[in-house]
Design a protein around this ligand. Structure first.
Ligand code: PRP
Ligand code: ADE
Length: 183
């Protein structure tokens, strides 16, 4: 990590609030609302994500509902790329691919539109938190099922005390998994 990235990580980390026992007892919730509300931190995060999208050769940036949208959409815009949403069940019209999964504090189903990607599309997946890895694992399977090539995953914050990274390895197909902050 360069000193510039260390500065970025410190700035971002300083704007994330720990909320104990939310939404369930025993969960330390990482609240990104203060970061999003801080113009300097949000802009720095958006620039960093957009830079990685360009460097990795992405043609689309994929965001995961809901907090992933808030990071991925401005990054796609800043990189001059299109944005594709992966949404919770029942929100996307038309034919969809679907995957059910467990996350740190519940379970859900994610969907992507079957025609979301043109042939040869290269995808960067962006989300805010990597906890158990269930959400991103399901999303990577959907990207593959929809026929796109994964060029990378960038996550704002990895919870290093949970086994998310190991869980994602079989789903990455050799693409890099990058996190701006690890706690
Ligand atoms: O690694 P995991 O254990 O799967 O957890 C990580 C996911 O949990 C949160 O999403 P949530 O489903 O709470 O949705 P939200 O963004 O709509 O709040 C977070 O935004 C990640 O997507
Ligand atoms: N501890 C946590 N904080 C914020 N978002 C999460 N998603 C899953 N686990 C989380």
């Amino acid at each position: 990590m360069t000193s510039q990235n260390t500065d970025l990580a410190q700035l971002l980390d300083s704007r994330i609030r720990d909320v104990p026992d939310y939404p369930k007892p025993g969960v330390l919730f990482k609240d990104i609302a203060p970061l999003l509300a801080d113009a300097e931190a949000f802009a720095a995060l958006t620039r960093a994500l957009a830079e990685r999208a360009r460097e990795l050769g992405a043609t689309k940036v994929v965001g995961l509902e809901a907090r992933g949208f808030v990071l991925a959409a401005p990054a796609a815009f800043a990189a001059g790329l299109g944005f594709v949403p992966i949404r919770k069940k029942g929100k996307l019209p038309g034919e969809v691919f679907a995957r059910s999964y467990e996350l740190e504090y519940g379970s859900a189903t994610l969907e992507v539109q079957c025609d979301a990607f043109a042939p040869g599309e290269k995808v960067l997946v962006v989300d805010d938190v990597l906890a158990t890895g269930g959400t991103i694992a399901a999303s990577l399977d959907l990207v593959q099922e929809a026929g796109a090539e994964l060029v990378g995953v960038v996550v704002l914050m990895e919870l290093g005390f949970l086994p998310g990274r190991e869980r994602l390895l079989p789903h990455l197909g050799g693409a890099p998994l990058e996190t701006l902050i690890t706690v």
